[in-house]
Design a protein around this ligand. Structure first.
Ligand SMILES: [Cu+2]
Length: 289
């Protein structure tokens, strides 16, 4: 008895040390390795992950308990064959139905979250057309125009400046993905979401998606579909700013300022903070450079 007590205490101490020494906060422990996202949609996906993992752990604890119980209390005591319970119909029905119920519950919540993550408002706050091309990005605010030309405000990445896509936090942003050459993939790792940018009408499938960003910040964006020799150079930045700063930025762009000028006019760095444009200087450098 005393021995079990000691084993129990050692177990508790090891458990505490594992939680404390790994440097995780309690909330992080509940992430179970899930990366931090910055959108409402990413939060929903994380909750699904946390719920599924807790459910898996509960089932795991039960199964481990049963295994150890069988190992400890049903060891061979003599040479007599123990009671045989094969072809026990009620037991077989039970262990068929329980996993089915588990799968059904996981499936239900997965569909609920997936539908929510893919939901698109009939009237989003902002519509951004995303064009991937070999090998950069163009973003256009379809409903915001430059006063002088009456053309949508556009952000175009080139070899001297990475495209910085400015987006407001707390508003629904819809992306319309367009490609005129090959398949690209629009990926902002912090959104925990990516979607292929497919040329043509994508066989009639809707290629758009929506996010609501929750945290201000600068987030790198990448092309996630091998699209040619400079695929790895297709970086851009999402700059998530407060809604009022965003409105000022749009007003500055509408008045004819460049992207960098408009960003600086609202107190934001003009150039990308998370990535650099692809250096097209192909001259051979000496080993000392
Ligand atoms: Cu690409």
């Amino acid at each position: 008895m005393r021995r079990t007590g000691r084993v129990g205490r050692v177990g508790v101490v090891i458990g505490l040390l594992m939680a404390v020494l790994t440097g995780c906060s309690f909330t992080e422990v509940l992430y179970f390795g899930w990366p931090e996202g910055v959108t409402e949609q990413a939060t929903q996906m994380r909750l699904l992950w946390t719920g599924s993992t807790l459910a898996a752990l509960a089932v795991g604890v039960l199964v481990w308990g049963l295994i150890f119980w069988a190992c400890i209390f049903h060891r061979r005591k003599n040479r007599e064959l123990p009671k045989q319970t094969a072809y026990n119909l009620p037991l077989e029905i039970t262990y068929t139905i329980i996993p089915f119920l588990i799968v059904a519950v996981l499936f239900f919540y997965t569909v609920v979250v997936q539908t929510d993550v893919q939901r698109q408002a009939a009237d989003p706050d902002l519509v951004v057309e995303v064009t991937g091309f070999q090998w950069n990005w163009e973003f256009r605010y379809l409903e915001e125009t430059v006063e002088e030309t009456d053309q949508p405000i556009s952000i175009l990445g080139d070899s001297t400046e990475s495209a910085v896509l400015v987006l407001p936090v707390g508003r629904t942003v819809q992306f319309e993905l367009v490609s005129n050459d090959v398949i690209h993939s629009f990926w902002v790792p912090e959104f925990l979401f990516k979607r292929d940018v497919i040329p043509g009408d994508n066989f009639g499938y809707d290629n758009d998606f929506e996010v609501t960003i929750e945290e201000e910040g600068a987030y790198v964006g990448r092309c996630a579909e091998l699209c040619g020799i400079y695929h790895s150079a297709m970086n851009f930045e999402v700059r998530a700013v407060g809604a009022e700063v965003f409105d000022d930025y749009i007003a500055a762009r509408a008045s004819g300022m460049s992207n960098a000028e408009a960003l600086e006019s609202v107190g934001e760095p003009g150039l990308a903070q998370t990535t650099t444009p692809f250096d097209t200087n192909r001259t051979r450098r000496s080993a000392s450079d």
